[in-house]
Design a protein around this ligand. Structure first.
Ligand code: F6P
Length: 341
């Protein structure tokens, strides 16, 4: 079989580990051939390919990003996009695809599967917001990067008696904020799933200052206050219709200063959370996903996504994986709330 591989959406640490595992097992155990499609769905859409063999995947296990490149191209938004993909797959002699991506990339994979493309999906996102899998790779790395940053903010916040706000990614899910905030002992964690009460946040800040211990507030980019949207959204949409988030950290700092009279500053971690080398957890999870994805392709079990459930890698329908966003449950947030203030 000739198998095409692509990585779509925002990149995340561990993508190369998936590619390496699928190519290594697919070649040496099953005798398949591989071809890389560049920049997510743009590759098959435009017939942009690159060689992908065992030699090409040597040494990439610890490397962040993706050797295939990525993009947020949505072929379903392009007239004759699906037909062009069919034509280009046939022209490249590709029998099946492994699509590594988040809800958008896998949503496209599902629709292409419905239209006859043989595809297996692999869940990727630092946001950890995909249903049907307990974890996505990239999340653990992002949490560790954010945790280290928050640890560092603690010491400088104390020296200067400031409230420091750390804005983290996660889009409409608060997983990164929750885990990083909990791991690093944040004063308060604000997530999109629970609109926050600014009076309460300021009370936490003031009580922390009273103990001569500077407050650290971890805020997810999608968090918003009870009384209305405070995030500074520029309104720009990507090809999948997602608004670009950001700005809530700055708004929060201004509001805290105004209400408490204490100095407040914001650090926006941004794409640093997605860069660099994956943690051991993400390398192992990504490797296991890659191995299971090639097993699914070899078995002809298409229209599936590999998923982590407890400690096992299982196959679930692509529709199940993309049906709804996995957000932070109330009970998980309540665990963290014990430490607020
Ligand atoms: O989905 C991953 C993610 O990093 C989100 O946490 C974030 O909102 C978004 O991608 C940022 O996207 P971009 O790469 O377009 O800046």
């Amino acid at each position: 079989m000739r198998i095409g591989v692509l990585t779509g959406g925002g990149d995340c640490p561990g993508l190369n580990a998936v590619i390496r595992a699928a190519v290594r097992k697919g070649t040496t155990v099953y005798g398949h051939e591989f071809i890389g499609f560049r920049d997510g769905w743009r590759g098959p859409l435009e017939g942009d390919t690159m060689p992908l063999d065992v030699q090409a995947v040597r040494g990439i296990l610890p490397r962040g990003g993706t050797i295939l490149g990525s993009s947020r191209t949505n072929p379903l938004k392009i007239e004759d996009g699906v037909e062009r993909i069919h034509t280009n797959l046939a022209n490249s002699g590709v029998d099946a695809l492994i699509a590594i991506g988040g809800e958008d990339t896998l949503g496209v994979a599902k629709k292409l599967f419905d239209r006859g493309v043989k595809v297996v999906g692999v869940p990727k996102t630092i946001d950890n917001d995909l249903g049907a899998t307990d974890y996505t790779f990239g999340f653990d790395t992002a949490v560790n990067i954010a945790m280290e940053a928050i640890d560092r903010l603690h010491t400088t916040a104390e020296s200067h008696h400031r409230a420091l706000i750390c804005e983290v990614m996660g889009r409409h899910a608060g997983w990164i904020a929750l885990h990083a905030g909990m791991a690093a002992g944040a004063n308060v964690i604000l997530i999109p799933e629970k609109p926050f009460d600014i009076d309460r946040v300021c009370a936490y800040v003031q009580s922390r200052f009273k103990t001569r211990y500077a407050p650290i507030i971890v805020v997810a980019e999608g968090a918003h206050p009870l009384e209305g949207q405070m995030a500074l959204q520029n309104g720009e949409l990507d090809a999948f219709g997602h608004v670009r988030l950001g700005g809530i950290g700055e708004s929060l700092a201004r509001e805290i200063e105004k209400r408490t009279g204490s100095e407040a500053r914001t650090t926006v971690l941004g794409h640093i959370q997605r860069g660099g080398t994956p943690t051991a957890f993400d390398r192992v999870l990504a490797t296991r996903f890659g191995l299971q994805a090639i097993d699914a392709v070899h078995a002809g079990d298409f229209g599936k996504m590999v998923a982590l459930q407890r400690t096992e890698i299982v196959r679930v329908g692509l529709d199940e994986a993309t049906r709804e966003l996995k957000t932070v449950p109330v009970s998980r947030y309540e665990e963290a709330e014990v430490f607020f203030g």
